[in-house]
Ligand binder design. Structure first.
Ligand code: GAR
Length: 208
């Protein structure tokens, strides 16, 4: 079983897609050992509790400075001793020491087709606002491994989603979630947990 920690900040619909995928057998060989939120009010914490999964909150607000928060966050991860860490709508910068320690063992879901609309400042609805402002006709979602840059790690999977006339950031966000995020994130977890993903020279490969 691939012991997995899921990090969240908000509604947790991607966490739910993972929990449902495990329950339905679409994700094999994965055990969620802990959910970590930086936000005490995140509905994702409720979802974890309903699924009887250990859930903890580590908020930067509770620490004097970033260094102390990073240490506390690292400790919460290491206590769970994961094989894989999934950033499922986690809107906090990951401590560099964690990235080095878990090289090629952290994945993130981003709501655009990287390298469009990604990097610093592009998260949540802002990504969809930017896509609509640019007038793209296709957007989507990307699952990638996390390196020390922002959204720069090896791309594992992408799925395109059409932009419709009259879309609002909210309607586009919803379609990207339904058609792409909740599909590719569970799929990637299953692929990793069944040993079909390798990363070489900064590129991720899938052996189907
Ligand atoms: C998702 O759309 C995810 O792709 C995005 O935050 C949302 C979280 O929703 N992540 C980022 O923007 C990361 N840069 P959820 O809490 O319902 O899963």
């Amino acid at each position: 079983m691939l012991k997995t920690v899921v990090c969240v900040s908000g509604g947790g619909t991607n966490l739910q897609a993972i929990l449902d995928g495990i329950a339905q057998g679409a994700i094999r060989n994965v055990q969620i050992v802990r959910v970590i939120s930086n936000n005490r009010k995140a509905y994702a914490l409720e979802r974890a509790a309903l699924a009887r999964i250990d859930a903890v909150c580590v908020s930067p607000r509770d620490y004097e400075d970033r260094e102390r928060f990073n240490e506390a966050f690292l400790q919460k991860v290491e206590e769970a001793d994961p094989d894989l860490i999934v950033l499922a709508g986690f809107l906090v910068v990951i401590p560099p020491q964690l990235i080095r320690r878990y090289e090629n063992r952290i994945i993130n879901i981003h709501p655009s087709l990287i390298p469009s609309f990604c990097g610093k400042g592009y998260y949540g609805l802002k990504v969809h606002e930017a896509a609509l402002a640019r007038g793209v006709k296709v957007t989507g979602a990307t699952v990638h491994f996390v390196d020390e840059g922002t959204d720069t790690g090896p791309i594992l999977m992408q799925k395109a989603v059409a932009v419709m006339d009259g879309d609002t950031p909210q309607s586009l966000q919803r379609r990207v979630m339904e058609e792409a995020e909740w599909v590719i994130l569970p799929r990637c977890l299953d692929l990793i947990a069944t040993g079909r993903v390798t990363v070489t020279d900064g590129q991720a490969h899938i052996a189907e």
